[in-house]
Design a protein around this ligand. Structure first.
Ligand code: HEC
Length: 217
């Protein structure tokens, strides 16, 4: 009688409480530990503060509404090469010129993840390798059509200033080479600290740590 859950108050309390704790461990704590372990096995994409600030700006300017950072793989054609599962790029994504589909590890340190779903613009997962010139990114952000005729990308002129930065802050700004067609109504233009950080982030997108020795491009 004493072990009847309907009449024994201790059992009535302890059985659900222990079941609850076991379930919390199995469904939340354990998977989180496995994930943390997997994440720590992947090197951080960047240690510096500037690209980290740029990443936050990328999120707040909603670049993700037009750009993805995911190269889809064709699972049906996946094979094991030297013990590594290799998934060829889906034909629809091959136009971005990447030979490897995105792997789960690439999102390891991303919080939030900027996978994206819309592709009004090209995929940016290895923009830093494709477009390594800082000035190009400044021109492009200031006036996308100046370097990419017919571009639909909105200009981000608020990231630039034609007012010379105060001498004690000069280091935080970077002068932009004013090229023809940029549409600046001044001889000189400076990238603000936010523009610098955003471009540092774009340049950090290389997928290098995952592709070392596996990719020529
Ligand atoms: C309304 C959609 C839209 C938004 C929002 C947008 N872009 Fe774009 N982006 C495009 C389009 C379209 C292109 C392709 C034409 C071009 O190069 O400008 C592009 C091209 C690019 C490229 C060149 C990529 C390549 O491989 O050629 C970069 C880098 C880029 N965008 C960064 C950004 C960043 C950073 C933001 C946020 C501050 C942003 N974009 C917001 C539409 C958008």
């Amino acid at each position: 009688m004493g072990l009847n859950i309907h009449t024994n108050h201790r059992m009535l309390f302890f059985i659900p409480a222990i079941s609850y704790l076991v379930l919390v461990y199995l469904c939340a704590v354990w998977p989180a530990m496995v994930e943390m372990e997997a994440m720590e096995a992947v090197p951080k994409p960047f240690e510096d503060e500037l690209p980290a600030i740029g990443r936050k700006l990328y999120g707040s300017y909603n670049c993700v509404t037009c750009h993805t950072q995911q190269i889809r793989g064709d699972e049906r054609k996946a094979t094991d090469v030297d013990g590594v599962r290799t998934t060829p790029v889906l034909t629809a994504d091959a136009r971005f010129g990447r030979e490897l589909a995105t792997r789960a590890e690439e999102y390891a340190w991303q919080d939030p993840v900027f996978m994206g779903t819309q592709r009004t613009g090209p995929d940016l997962s290895s923009t830093g390798r494709r477009l390594p010139a800082v000035q190009w990114h400044y021109w492009h952000l200031y006036n996308p059509q100046a370097v990419s005729p017919g571009s639909l990308m909105p200009p981000h002129r608020f990231l630039f200033t034609t007012t010379p930065p105060p001498p004690d802050e000069e280091f935080d700004y970077e002068e932009v080479l004013v090229i023809e067609g940029l549409g600046v109504k001044s001889d000189r233009l400076w990238a603000t600290p936010d523009a610098k950080a955003l471009v540092e982030y774009l340049l950090s997108l290389k997928r290098e740590h995952l592709e070392q020795g596996r990719l020529a491009k």
